[in-house]
Design a protein around this ligand. Structure first.
Ligand code: SAH
Length: 407
């Protein structure tokens, strides 16, 4: 007799019980979208505004263009590859995943099957011995380029050239292979040092007509087609005519600001992560954009300094700006992490008084919390729309337009 599955949707994924990556497995996709709409409606019910229906995917499978596979030993000491069981460091062996890019899954399997002939030992977390810990595959969605990052405990990989050759003979779309050294006992996947084994050490993707660089450690939305729709809406709602000064807070590698720059007078991106700022500067140069600059700084600190007239000295400002452009933004775009922004940020934003604020959120709860503070400071919430960037999971992205109430 067939064993009863313990979780709905188990027929879609044999390891769903242990992996737990798909919170919504077993729920029909239309219903997933309806549930996400319902959640937004409830959280945003206190605001009088237009809430447009969430934008879903036509084919909500294999959408993740970034895949992390963990390598280790099973209880019998045999090498395994898979994903971590939710909130643990136990590996659930799995050859593929319905959320992840299929070709990336094939590359991971090929690497696994090459281990024996290249005498590569996988890392054992308990003893600390062994070479290969993780493999990260990233795909440039529009370019079709793949990047393979081998996360290893040691920088020395004697058979690297033949290994890369063997891998690329089956997957010529692999544009670069990087060895990332992670010799610490840590839950972070990537270590700090990258050694290029093949190619340029990064890949590129295109989004909204602009080119973006993806390097092993940099943030880039894992679902580019949906991210593109989200960004297009954010920029449309910003209502740019070419005359505005735009502040792109929490700008990451500069995606939103760079896409918006063609329709703005001047854009400033603020981001605390130095690697992301470096990529943002490169992205701006590569797209030949001259009316954008990036500042590496805590977004709240920057807002406070700007609103009090104390210009951010000591902050990294790696792209030249025309003099006199350091003034109050006409439009503020913010895309904070899940924790949302801070009351101090919102207070400083209100002092700077941009006409329009576009809030791109990856957590509806912190969004609702922050919108209340913006409202208390005189901003009206006009429109909101959800975007499903992560089907089969609980995550919801939302774009919200606010405008300053005229008194
Ligand atoms: N807008 C970008 C990135 C959004 S992710 C995109 O769409 O690709 C959120 C970004 O906020 C990350 O790059 C993170 O490094 C940055 N961040 C987190 N806390 C920050 C802070 N306190 N100040 C400035 N940036 C911050």
């Amino acid at each position: 007799m067939k064993k009863a599955s313990t979780r709905p949707g188990k027929e879609l994924c044999p390891v769903s019980d242990r992996c737990g990556g798909c919170d919504l497995l077993g729920i029909d996709y239309e219903r997933q979208l309806a549930q996400k709409n319902q959640r937004l409606k409830k959280l945003l019910s206190g605001f009088t505004m237009q809430l447009h229906p969430i934008v879903g995917m036509e084919n909500p499978a294999h959408y993740r263009c970034k895949v992390n596979a963990a390598f280790g030993l099973d209880r019998k000491g045999k090498p395994v590859v898979g994903r971590y069981e939710k909130n643990t460091h136990r590996i659930v062996p799995a050859a593929s995943c319905m959320l992840e890019d299929e070709r990336a899954n094939e590359i991971v399997q090929e690497i696994f099957s090459l281990l024996a002939s290249f005498r590569i030992r996988v890392h054992d977390e308990d003893s600390g011995y062994g070479f290969l810990r993780h493999v990260q595959i990233r795909r440039g969605f529009a370019t079709g380029q793949y990047m393979v990052t081998l996360v290893c405990s040691d920088p020395v990989f004697p058979s690297k050239n033949n290994f890369v050759k063997a891998l690329r003979s089956r997957f010529p779309e692999i544009a670069t292979v990087v060895l990332n050294v992670n010799d610490r006992h840590t839950s972070m996947v990537l270590g700090e040092r990258n050694i290029i084994l093949y190619g340029k050490g990064y890949i590129e993707d295109q989004l909204c007509g602009c080119t973006f660089r993806i390097s092993p450690g940099s943030f880039y939305q894992v679902n580019p087609p949906q991210a593109q729709r989200l960004y297009e809406t954010a920029i449309r709602l910003a209502g740019l005519t070419g005359k505005e000064t735009v502040l792109d807070a929490y700008c990451g590698t500069g995606t939103i600001g760079i896409i918006a720059s063609g329709r703005a007078k001047q854009v400033t991106g603020v981001e605390s992560n130095g690697d992301a700022v470096r990529d943002a500067v490169w992205n701006a140069r590569c797209n030949q954009i001259h009316n954008i600059r990036f500042i590496q700084m805590d977004a709240t600190d920057y807002m406070e300094r700007l609103s009090s007239g104390r210009l951010p000295d000591g902050a990294e400002n790696r792209v030249e700006v025309p003099a006199g452009s350091e003034n109050r933004p006409d439009v503020l775009i913010l895309d904070p992490p899940r924790s949302g922004t801070t009351p101090r940020f919102i207070e400083a934003a209100a002092r700077l008084a941009p006409d329009r604020i576009v809030y791109v959120s990856c957590d509806p709860e912190t969004l609702a919390r922050d919108l209340k503070l913006f409202r208390a400071k005189g901003y009206r919430v006009l429109e909101a729309q959800g975007y499903d960037l992560f089907p089969y999971t609980e995550h919801v992205e939302t774009v919200v337009l606010m405008s300053r109430a005229k008194d």
